[in-house]
Structures are given as C-alpha cells and as structure tokens.
Write a new protein. Structure first.
Length: 521
C-alpha cells in the first residue's frame, strides 16, 4: 500500500514559506483577501452526523481590530455535551476496529488538503489569533507536520513491539485504543496544537470531543471540515466549543471519559488533573491525563558566549508571537561580566521590532489575544517596574486592538515575581548571575521545567547544563522556542505538565494501552 510505504520514507518537516519571494508574498495577500470575504460566518456544533446550531454563540473577535468579527460558533451546553459523548461512545465501537493504515490515510489526506490551502489557514490565524505572517505560516506548517508525523508513527506501531516467545507458545505485545477522549486546546497555536492533539487521538483509534479555545474557535471549525473532507467518519471528532466551567468540568468528570488531552495554564491543568483522578460512579477505569501547562523559561548567557547571538536569542525567544508561547524565554540570566553588554544589545534589537497590524508583511509583533490578557500583562509590567528597571517598552494601547510594546525589565532579583510567574506576554526579565554555578541555580529555581537555552562556548559548562539544567527541551547556542515536530519532541517537567513530548516517538502510546497476547501452540 502507498500509505504503508510512507512509514519507511525519511521524515521531512513542512518547509516555511519565504515571504521575501514576491510570488509568495502576493499569494498570501490574496489569501488574506479571500478570508476577509468569509468573515462573519456562523459555524455549528458537529455531533455525530448532525450539525447543531444553538441560539447562544461564541463570538470570535480579531484581537488587532476588535470591531471586526471573525465569525461565530454555536455554544454547547451540558445536554449537547452529553449528546456528543454518546455519539463518541457509539462511534468508538466501530472506529476502534478500523485498520491503522486506514486511520493513517485520513491524516495523510488531511495534511495534503491543508498543504494545498496553507495560506488560507495562515490567513485565518492572522485574523483570529493576531499572528504575524511568519508565525502564522509556522503554525500551519506545524499542523501539517503533526498530521504527517502521527500517521507515520501509527503505521510503525500497528504491529506492536516484538517480545520473546518460549518453545510451544507465540507471544505478542500490541497497542489498542483507549476510548473517548476530551481534547482541550489553547489559543496560542490554534491550528498546530489543536490539530496535533486531535489527530494523535483519532489515528490511534479513539473518538474525541474537541473543545477548542473560545478565543480561536473558527480555525478549529475549519480543521473539522478538513477532517471530514479527508474521509473521517462522523462521530470520530465531535466539535463542541463551550465554557470551561459549564461543559469542560462536566466532560472531565464524565464516567465515559477515558482520557483528557489538555494544553493551557498551570491553574487549569492542575484542576483537570485533580478532577480526572476522582473515580465517578459507573467509571471502570483510571482516566489518563496528557497535560502541557506552560513554563517560565530561561535563556542563560555564559561569560564566553557570542554576545550578538545571545542578544538575538533572548529577544526572539521573548517576543515571538508577543511572548504568548509556553516556550517563550521570559527570563534572561546573564553572567555579570557580560551583563551590561548583552542588555544593551538586546534593548537595541528590541527597539527595531515593528509592532502593529499583523496583516502587514513587515510586522514582527502583533497584539495579545484578549482584553483580559492585556490587563494581566500590563499589571505585570507595573510589578516589574517596582521590582526592576524598565529599559525599553512598557506601554500598551487597547484603543483598537490589544497591543503591548516588547518590554525589557532589567536588574530583577532571581526570586522576584517577574522571574517566577508565567506572564504569557511580551515581557522579559533580566537577572545577573555571579558565575556559572549561579546561572544554573537560577535556571532551576522555578516550579516549571519546559524549555531552556544556554549560550556558551565552554564544553564543560555545556556538559554540566545537559546534566543539571532541569527542563524537557534544552537548547544550546540558540533561542528556547521553535521546536519542530519529529526533530525536537516537546514537553516539560514539574509544573510544565506530564512531559508527554508532542511530536515525539512516544506520544501516540499515551493514547493507547498495551495488550499482551500469548498463544499456546
């Protein structure tokens, strides 16, 4: 089979678009115009083979132009969530028996559809999430990567793992699906993470209820349409946007829920983990939780580092997509001997970044996602000015959209709130370290452990960081963002989550359970 052969071909991630090429630039501008013409559409819930329209809607607003409505989606209540659960339970009885190659084929077809419509999806990300062109393009490319990668992984896992057999018996170790899963996806990678978590679950033979972020539901609705076009049977993905307190808790608690896949804040992740641990009446399993819960990520600069590289690594890690990445480098910890130089270089580079309308090709940084985020981040900037010294940025403007300048706060104590709490915005704290031991000590002094970077040319220091810098994704002589599916399996330690390593060789197994079969001959 062609699908089977894809499993053994070398994996290559979807290339990013080069917008310096005029043809590519014009193609993206045309996609923006096409999406502009589709704004304001209404999208129903998808429950089994039904389209359900409700009176109550979730309204998706363009965060860079709050007068512009991207679209509306119907909002599920508990009764509709229950209907979706029953559809998923029923469909699981047939989908779990589908041949893995057929499940994988759906993902390959979906990847092909999104690849063909790449700029269209990226244009929706510009409109709905406020992503500048390159960030949107990378998000769409990552979604394609997840679909391709997990399809290939399923083909490799379909026969299970070899085990030993004694004389007179034949033994097998196989993987089977878990059941019905709840997928709760975030706003910051509204296509990539949403598509990746959903695709991993369904290609492993599970059925799901997909609850995307209420700030970016239109992209999710478009993805569900793609999966249907790719041949996914009705009831495998049930699309149920809704409130976390109304249907989120209800579905996490549900006795028919077999697993929860969540990406979001520490607070909500811990709440889900706690609720899922309780065995409900009628529940006959222990629920599995796959959680990625954020970070407080550090870029370390050693005294012998390339200081220009250090400055750019700090700046682009901190301010890419307005710092709204769980991997964002929101702490720069710098050896005292080079502190002033790196700070000066980083501030100068930050001042060159263009903030504004993400629909313009040369915009580096657009808005933050919402008014609530805007207020939270501006509050942290006020705290930062009490805890340290404002070097650049610090201003916000919510007149037409939620814009906050890229902000550097210097001379912050290692235990200060700005160094400990996740801000999720374009704010980076600079902290001085006495020596390399102190660099590592500060690097590990938070409750998180997602990403980190060390810029150094000392082999002994690099080796020590490999052993002692306690993060799930550690990078050397580069920034701490930009993990690529299949190349940098992604997930963190401590309060950063369950270290499930999205885009890695073990991720699909999180959505399955192992079964040993022994036949006496």
């Amino acid at each position: 089979m062609i699908t089977e052969n894809l499993a053994i071909l070398p994996y290559q991630h979807e290339p990013f678009t080069d917008f310096t090429i005029e043809e590519n630039k014009q193609a993206f501008l045309q996609a923006l115009q096409a999406v502009q013409a589709q704004l304001g559409n209404d999208y129903p819930l998808v429950i089994g083979n039904e389209r359900v329209t409700t009176e109550e809607k979730i309204v998706s607003v363009n965060p860079s132009n709050t007068k512009e409505i991207v679209g509306t989606v119907s909002k599920a209540d508990q009764a509709l969530a229950e209907q979706a659960m029953q559809a998923a339970v029923t469909t699981f009885n047939t989908w779990k028996k589908e041949h893995p190659a057929e499940c994988a084929a759906v993902l390959f077809r979906a990847a092909s559809i999104i690849r063909r419509r790449k700029h269209e999806f990226s244009a929706y990300l510009v409109k709905e999430a406020g992503k500048p062109w390159k960030e949107a393009d990378a998000d769409t490319a990552e979604a394609i990567d997840f679909l391709e990668f997990y399809a290939r992984q399923m083909l490799r896992l379909q026969e299970g793992v070899p085990v030993e057999s004694r004389e007179g018996e034949k033994n097998a170790f196989t993987y089977i699906p878990l059941g019905v899963g709840i997928i709760i996806s975030p706003f910051n990678f509204p296509l990539a993470i949403m598509a990746g978590t959903a695709a991993a679950a369904v290609v492993a033979g599970n059925t799901i209820l997909l609850k995307p972020s209420n700030q970016t539901p239109i992209v999710a609705a478009k993805f569900v349409e793609v999966m249907e076009e790719a041949g996914l049977p009705a009831g495998v993905i049930n699309f149920v946007p809704g409130g976390g307190s109304e249907i989120g808790d209800y579905l996490v608690d549900h006795p028919k829920t077999r697993f929860v896949s969540f990406t979001g804040s520490r607070e909500v992740g811990c709440r889900i983990y706690e609720r899922a641990a309780k065995v409900q009446p009628g529940q006959i399993w222990l629920k599995r939780v796959i959680a990625e819960m954020g970070g407080k990520d550090t870029v370390l600069v050693d005294r012998d580092a390339d200081l220009d590289l250090a400055a750019s690594s700090i700046v682009y890690s901190a301010f890419g997509f307005s710092g709204q990445k769980c991997s964002a480098g929101s702490r720069a910890v710098i050896h005292q001997d080079v502190y002033d130089t790196v700070l000066e270089k980083a501030a100068a580079l930050t001042r060159t970044l263009k903030m504004g309308n993400p629909e313009e090709a040369d915009t580096y940084m657009g808005p933050v996602i919402s008014e609530a985020s805007f207020r939270k981040i501006m509050n942290y900037i006020e705290i930062g000015q009490q805890e340290g010294r404002l070097v650049t940025g610090g201003e916000g403007d919510s007149t037409t959209g939620y814009f906050i300048e890229p902000t550097i706060i210097a001379d912050v104590d290692e235990k200060a709130r700005l160094m400990q709490e996740e801000i999720f915005g374009p704010v980076v704290a600079f902290c001085k370290a006495r020596d390399f031991d102190h660099l590592l000590e500060i690097a590990n002094n938070t409750e998180y452990g997602l990403t980190g970077a060390l810029l150094s040319n000392t082999p002994e220091h690099i080796q020590r960081a490999e052993e002692d810098f306690h993060v799930g994704n550690l990078y050397f002589n580069r920034g701490c963002t930009g993990a690529i599916v299949g190349y940098h399996p992604f997930g963190g330690f401590n309060m950063s989550g369950t270290d499930s390593k999205a885009g890695g060789p073990d991720y699909l197994i999180m959505h399955m359970q192992a079964k040993t079969i022994s036949k006496t001959l």
